[in-house]
Design a protein around this ligand. Sequence first.
Ligand code: NAD
Ligand code: DAU
Length: 339
Amino acid sequence: MRLLVTGGCGFIGSAFVHMAIARGAEVVNLDKLTYAGNLANVEDVAGEPGYSFVHADIGDADAVREAMAGVDAVVNFAAESHVDRSILDPGEFIRTDVLGTAVLLGAARAAAAGRFVQVSTDEVYGSIPSGAFHETDPISPSSPYSASKAGGDLQVLAWHRTYGVDVVVTRGSNTFGPRQYPEKLIPLFVTNALDGRPLPVYGDGMQVRDWIYVDDHCEGIWTAMTRGEPGTVYNVGGGYEAPNLEITRRILELTDAGEDLIRYVEDRPGHDRRYALDTGRLRGLGWQPARAFEEALAETVAWYRDRREWWEPIKSGEYRRYYERQYGERQKTTTEGAC
Ligand code: NAD
Ligand code: DAU
């Protein structure tokens, strides 16, 4: 099997590239290497005979057409993926997550490139106070990020209905594990705690997320790619629901840091209160998450503790400018919090 994987130098994409190579697939990894793309994430597969890398933007129709030649499936991870950055600057999210997806779809249709797997997110559904979202529920995105991802999903499903492109959409929940860019909750708080820096908890910290370990998420995408029905959406959730404050306290414990590092700061605008997914449809294809949250979190914290050479260079330069823009003012408006 020959796969075009886009965004394979990011967090989940690189885990998927490792999985695909280990399973004997050929992988063409097309990545723009934005701030979140890192060649170090794929360095241990870079020498494999089945692996090749294309440095390109998914919005570049010529590069995409060339990379698609002879593939059996396209797996689209490439995206601007961070909600807070989308609130600061939505433009790049629309260019990549909406327009870039359309360019890829056009090329996949022209090349008859087999199955098109759109890696999407539970955030397209919006917030749910109780119960869990099913794939048939309407979408109601809250942030420029989730609205852009929803735009991508809708095009993918429309390309199926209009042109008969063989597509599946996966909607994953909050993912954690090694090689995640340290702007997202878990890697940010782990690396800050290891350095004795404050952990900026938004609002009261009682927002609930459904956490899934990265390899379980990739296995879900693999299942949908190989066994999913054309034109179908599959939820991929770990089923471990927890408020952010609980995750924060677990991280403090695992890093031997104290609660004095917690800073309650101004909330994220449009912050979704709770996400939850019904995963019955994907389970019906034989998938289920394999990793227990506590054990996978401990392993993840150990990875960041042992791999300072991976994240210390990232947390400089552009990252510092972003951090100041995102947290500078916020940290001055510390709020009460939940406890
Ligand atoms: P990431 O930000 O770590 O990686 C994104 C990758 O895409 C990077 O390698 C980047 O260089 C590349 N990229 C960005 N714009 C590009 C472009 N225009 N052309 C080519 N490459 C480009 O993201 P992630 O957390 O690994 O997420 C991967 C996918 O999974 C995204 O589509 C995201 O929406 C989705 N997702 C993420 C999560 C999560 O919790 N991280 C959960 C559900 C779904
Ligand atoms: O749900 C799937 C989504 O999960 C993916 O589609 C996104 O790509 C991924 O970034 C993630 O989005 P979230 O916004 O949920 O993740 P983030 O790690 O940014 O935030 C998780 C929760 O933690 C959220 O409620 C906001 C809160 N948070 C986050 C940061 C960065 C804080 O309280 N403080 C912070 O500094």
